[in-house]
Design a protein around this ligand. Structure first.
Ligand code: AMP
Length: 587
């Protein structure tokens, strides 16, 4: 298949922000795509070459290098290209303008097929070491010399990570359901497959080749992460007990990084909350996992920084020192961790996700030999408010965030990828009426004044409308940042700047932010309370006509590098939190 087919679909995707229209465009594209390259088409459309959890090198080339490649391919002077990029704001569109001029053709030009583009981008991604920068430029230039203007535009946007239409996984699944089964009624089966096998390229290929029953029969596989189960929230122990049938398990809610560990013999891979491969950050944790008394297993826990002398839990931020590629031995020594295990998803050949909580916990307990760096999450089973209250307080005193109450009923399965009512979190209140902090994505910024004149003074933040896959604003955050945070803003957001409001962002705020951003960076915020607001679009018209919901006096808590924009707090959760807050006040 020619890459031009893909480029044309991308043009259409860019021209709409309506989820249904995007789905239709994708359905058409999927139906046109031969099975052998269906996975490649899906990955490219997601702006990647492989699922991120494989930990393989990602497509990526600095804009400067891409400009050099365009210059090599077109014979146009770098300076002129540079100026055009500054004028238009994007190299892809600039290429479109240039390519009417005569371009150098390679002697033997190969047709620009999807396969050729994919393989070339993969070669570019994998190149490393001395001479690789030059190699990448030459490879890209070779490709660009053979393309038409539209193809070039989208290849450049792909390598620069600027596919602005940002297709959500949910939309791709809708399209797969329609393309291969006629309508969306099969979506729950596809979604279940995706939850235990989050590789849409492979799901698409399996659907096309073997049909829906193959997806239905999918099992958990070692070294393919399972999408993680999430917790709902409530603000009192009484409500939690009522919701869970009068009796439940309660565990400390550790404040670290969620880790899903897969083990087969001596081989271990670790995956983070957003299914990135975290193996290289925690070689010490890998070593601990090899000691589990199960040859093949998948377990989950929270990895927390500790003080090795006292065993005290350290703040979440300390784990950031582990996010480095080099000198990891040094980081292991300076920032030791403890993994608190709380679940098991597979042991030997048996999938355990459909086993009830108490059985999973027993199996987990049987394979763990506790030591200073590997422990089971502290847990009790109780039906008593006072006892749980005391447990909650002990958890806070131990440096945890609160508790996670877990259903112990027969149906207390591990709900992969779902935020259900089988797990309910109760966090420390932060002197706030809010039931929980909120994870937002930054979509814009306002220049600061006075002390902050050279950086952004406030960030415009949004939550996720999960039905439409749009981001709706909920607050402008200017407080809670350290001087270091503030000083790093410009650099942090540089790559995400957009010349216009991203189509996925729904905002009516006035004045508009000085700069818009492609939604990427997630942060956790808390405020005094959730209030009605005519200026924010989160939950607009859902509580009151012409009003949305806003966070009053929002404060930054921390960046959540472990979450992607698809994982942030959703609009229905915010509405639910507002209602819970009202109930709490009236009690
Ligand atoms: P939140 O990120 O606030 O939605 O809280 C859910 C997160 O708490 C999970 O994703 C885990 O990373 C973390 N967590 C800490 N302790 C536990 C536990 N005992 N059980 C489940 N999750 C836990």
């Amino acid at each position: 298949m020619r890459y031009g087919v893909l480029a044309k679909a991308y043009e259409e995707l860019e021209s709409t922000s309506k989820r249904l229209e995007m789905t239709d465009i994708l359905v058409k594209l999927i139906k046109q795509t031969p099975v052998e390259i269906l996975d490649k088409v899906i990955f490219l459309t997601q702006g990647k070459l492989h699922p991120s959890w494989l930990g393989l090198p990602v497509i990526g080339i600095a804009e400067k290098s891409a400009i050099k490649a365009v210059s090599l391919a077109t014979g146009i002077n770098i300076k002129i290209i540079d100026e055009k990029v500054k004028e238009i704001g994007d190299l892809g569109s600039a290429f479109e303008k240039f390519s009417t001029k005569k371009r150098q053709k390679t002697l033997i030009s190969t047709p620009i097929t999807v396969k050729r583009v994919y393989l070339t981008l993969d070669e570019i991604a994998q190149a490393s070491g001395p001479g690789s920068a030059d190699f990448k430029i030459r490879k890209l230039a070779g490709l660009l010399a053979d393309v038409n203007k539209l193809e070039g535009k989208w290849i450049l946007r792909t390598v620069l990570g600027k596919l602005r239409f940002g297709i959500a996984d949910q939309t791709i699944m809708d399209a797969l359901a329609i393309a291969f089964t006629g309508d969306k009624s099969s979506k729950p089966i596809i979604e279940r497959g995706y939850n235990i096998h989050p590789n849409l390229g492979e799901i698409a290929k399996t659907l096309a080749k073997e049909g829906l029953s193959a997806i239905e029969n999918m099992k958990i596989e070692l070294f393919t992460p399972v999408r993680m189960m999430l917790a709902q929230r409530l603000s009192s122990i009484k409500e939690i007990l009522e919701k869970l049938g009068g009796k439940c398990a309660c565990e400390f809610k550790y404040d670290g990084e969620r880790i899903q560990a897969h083990k087969s013999g001596k081989k271990v891979e670790l995956y983070s909350r957003n299914l990135e491969n975290a193996t290289s950050q925690y070689p010490d944790v890998c070593e601990l996992i090899t000691q589990l008394k199960a040859n093949e297993t998948i377990v989950e826990g929270e990895c927390v920084a500790i003080n090795p002398e006292s065993g005290e839990l350290r703040p979440f931020q300390e784990l950031m020192h582990r996010r480095r590629k080099y000198e990891i031995d040094d980081a292991i020594e300076k920032y030791p961790v403890c993994l608190f295990l709380f679940d098991i998803l597979k042991k030997g050949k048996t999938d355990l996700i459909d086993f009830p909580y108490t059985e999973r916990r027993k199996i987990l307990e049987n394979i763990v030999r506790e030591n200073d760096h590997l422990k089971l999450a502290t847990a009790i089973i109780s039906d008593n408010v006072t006892e749980i209250e005391a447990f909650f307080n002990t958890s806070i005193e131990s440096g945890c965030e609160g508790i996670i109450a877990k259903s112990i009923k027969n149906d207390s399965v591990y709900q992969a990828g779902a935020r259900g009512w089988l797990w309910i979190k109760l966090k420390e209140s932060y002197q706030s009426k809010m039931v929980d902090s909120i994870d937002v994505v930054v979509v814009g910024a306002y220049w600061g004044r006075g002390k902050r004149a050279r950086t952004y003074g406030a960030l415009l933040c949004a939550i996720l409308d999960e039905k439409e896959q749009k981001y709706k604003t909920i607050c402008k955050v200017g407080s809670g940042f350290t001087d270091e945070n503030l000083a790093g803003f410009i650099e942090k957001f540089e790559k995400n700047k957009m010349d216009i409001k991203p189509p996925k962002v729904i905002s009516i705020i006035k004045p508009e932010p000085d700069i818009w951003f492609e939604p990427k960076f997630v942060m956790e915020v808390i405020g005094d309370e959730l209030t009605l607001s005519p200026t924010h679009t989160a939950g607009f018209n859902s509580i009151r006509q012409n009003s949305g919901l806003a966070i009053r006096f929002p404060r930054f808590i921390r960046w959540r590098e472990d979450k992607s924009p698809a994982d942030i707090t959703t609009e229905s959760e915010v509405i639910d939190m507002y209602n819970q807050q009202l109930k709490q006040i009236s009690q």
